[in-house]
Design a protein around this ligand. Structure first.
Ligand SMILES: NC(=O)c1ccc[n+]([C@@H]2O[C@H](COP(=O)([O-])OP(=O)(O)OC[C@H]3O[C@@H](n4cnc5c(N)ncnc54)[C@H](OP(=O)(O)O)[C@@H]3O)[C@@H](O)[C@H]2O)c1
Length: 238
């Protein structure tokens, strides 16, 4: 996986290249008991780090940040080397999309900051409550975007303005649905875990209103510890 960060990801006009990284069970579940933890294994963790090493910014929606108790990205030495070799800063920055700003200050991304960390960027809508913005401003940079509910194009334009060449969305599924509807998915990194989860979990893209499928082609297919790792490119990005 060391080569992943150096694969070509040409920036489309006016926005960064957008990758999505998700893990699913063989029957398509993205969570067991509310989180993705039970789907992973050490091989998948290595892939997760390698995929993160490809990105200037990591983007996650608030539901995922709450469920998975996100912290700030702190790449290990190998990831930092891969990032430098690909011309990236040592760490990606984290952006979180939230309308409600109902993000507890006890979440690790706020509560476990180090003095040299860049604060998370919280992207919200134009009508976000002043009190909620103020409550987060000591631990985050909060930006109100123009729409009442930020649209993928606005979110990517904001990250583009900040110099992002590659943005990695880590979901969740309902946010991925909006990205699919906006037609901005350039790359899908999908890990398929060797188990049948059952249950009523959504798929990796949920709630999309698309009627036209996004065609994908397989760029890489790897296997480790029974987990399949597929790097798909969207037909429009090839
Ligand atoms: N298997 C995997 O790889 C994987 C990856 C990620 C997540 N997950 C799982 O997926 C689940 C969470 O996914 P989810 O689909 O329920 O939620 P989600 O997409 O992670 O988050 C939805 C929330 O994000 C905010 N949001 C989304 N789009 C927005 C927009 N355009 N403008 C403003 N805010 C927006 C809203 O937060 P507010 O309520 O704050 O307004 C919304 O309630 C968890 O179980 C998690 O463990 C699995």
């Amino acid at each position: 996986m060391e080569f992943y960060p150096s694969l070509p990801r040409p920036k489309p006009s006016g926005r960064p290249w957008l990758m999505i990284n998700m893990i699913a069970s063989a029957d398509g579940a993205i969570a067991v008991d509310g989180t993705s933890g039970a789907l992973g294994n050490p091989a998948d963790e290595a892939v997760f780090s390698a995929v993160r090493a490809c990105a200037d910014w990591i983007l996650a929606a608030a539901g995922t940040v709450r469920a998975e108790r996100y912290g700030l990205p702190r790449p290990g030495a190998a990831s930092r080397r891969a990032r430098r070799a690909a011309g990236r800063a040592d760490r990606p920055r984290l952006a979180v999309v939230s309308g409600s700003l109902d993000l507890g200050l006890g979440l690790p991304l706020f509560a476990e900051q180090h003095p040299d960390d860049d604060p998370p960027l919280i992207l919200t809508g134009r009508d976000a409550a002043a009190g909620a913005v103020e409550a987060l401003e000591s631990v985050a940079e909060v930006v109100r975007l123009a729409s009442a509910r930020p649209q993928p194009a606005e979110i990517l334009a904001e990250l583009d303005r900040r110099g992002a060449g590659v943005v990695l969305s880590e979901g969740g599924p309902s946010f991925n649905g909006q990205l699919a509807d906006a037609g901005v998915i350039d790359e899908l990194c999908l890990s398929i875990a060797p188990l049948v989860a059952g249950g009523a979990s959504p798929r990796i893209v949920h709630g999309s209103l698309r009627t036209v499928p996004i065609d994908l082609s397989i760029d890489h297919l790897l296997e480790a510890s029974g987990t399949l790792f597929v790097r798909y490119l969207s037909a429009t990005a090839c």
